[in-house]
Design a protein around this ligand. Structure first.
Ligand SMILES: [Zn+2]
Ligand SMILES: [Zn+2]
Length: 277
């Protein structure tokens, strides 16, 4: 019995529909599942509005993962147990979506200028229910037409920061994200601190957030010890998850490959007063 508090569905860049993700989680016996799509709460809303929440067999924690503006580091914040209908939250997510669409068009245009035979519609067809069109979708389309061998290669050679088809996009500031998540009744967790790549910055952020994602696939035992001590020092909640994206996950191949203990997931959940319990 275990939990996974960090997962993505097909409403952002994951490949599992929300129902499929929940079914897979129940099948392998997870007791806690955090659904934390990038820039959208539509996956969890979809579950709720179709009568799948609450679910007696699993605790579903509604979440959203937001990238914060930072010149050098990858700062991702996860809002947990947010009110998915909160106006301030929806306003911020809408603004991010709009910027994503603009960037999407710019990237596709750049690729076309570089003679890649892709069209917006081809990518959108593969993106299906996604509400946050991003580089992952474009990368998959590039792989599909044989331009690159893998999504990773498409990023490394074309789409990643510093590469020819990279386009900046609007990202909210850390403080703005924290404020909006709190206004939506949620708690803010700093995701995958190791990927921030800057311990001084992580320590500064620990003064602002409510929790730290201590357990993450690429964290070594030493990292876990370090982040646990940081969490204790700053009186932060401790979370963990696999960042499961379905077939295109960065670190895990299947759901259940990386989990946290039931005790830990239960402790985190009980401090939240879960909306769907
Ligand atoms: Zn992330
Ligand atoms: Zn994630």
């Amino acid at each position: 019995m275990a939990g996974d508090l960090h997962t993505h569905t097909s409403f952002s860049d994951g490949s599992f529909a929300p129902e499929e993700l929940v079914a897979a989680a129940k099948k392998i016996g997870l007791n806690y599942l955090g659904i934390t799509d990038h820039d959208t709460v539509d996956g969890v809303r979809h579950l709720y509005e179709n009568g799948h929440l609450p679910d007696r067999n699993i605790h579903i924690i509604p979440g959203v993962e937001l990238s914060a503006n930072h010149p050098a580091s990858e700062v991702h914040l996860v809002g947990y147990n947010i009110d998915m209908y909160n106006a301030a939250l929806i306003e911020m997510l809408d603004k991010i979506q709009e910027a994503r669409w603009e960037r999407f068009s710019q990237i596709v245009k750049t690729l076309q200028d570089k003679k890649f035979a892709i069209r917006e519609t081809d990518i959108l067809k593969t993106a299906d229910t996604s509400r946050s069109i991003g580089r992952a979708h474009i990368a998959r389309a590039l792989v599909k037409i044989g331009a690159f061998k893998s999504v990773r290669e498409a990023f490394d050679k074309m789409l990643a920061k510093g590469q020819p088809a990279y386009v900046e996009r609007y990202l909210p500031e850390v403080d703005e994200i924290i404020d909006v998540i709190h206004r939506a009744g949620g708690k803010v967790v700093l995701a995958h601190p190791k990927l921030v790549g800057d311990n001084a910055l992580v320590e500064t952020l620990c003064n602002k957030v409510d929790g730290l994602e201590v357990y993450y696939p690429c964290h070594s035992p030493e990292d876990v010890a370090y982040y646990s001590s940081l969490a204790e020092e700053h009186n932060l909640m401790i979370t963990g998850g696999s960042d499961f994206h379905g077939t295109s996950s960065r670190f895990v191949k299947s759901l259940g490959e990386f989990t946290i203990s039931d005790e830990l997931a239960a402790k985190f959940s009980s401090s939240l007063n879960l909306r769907f319990d």
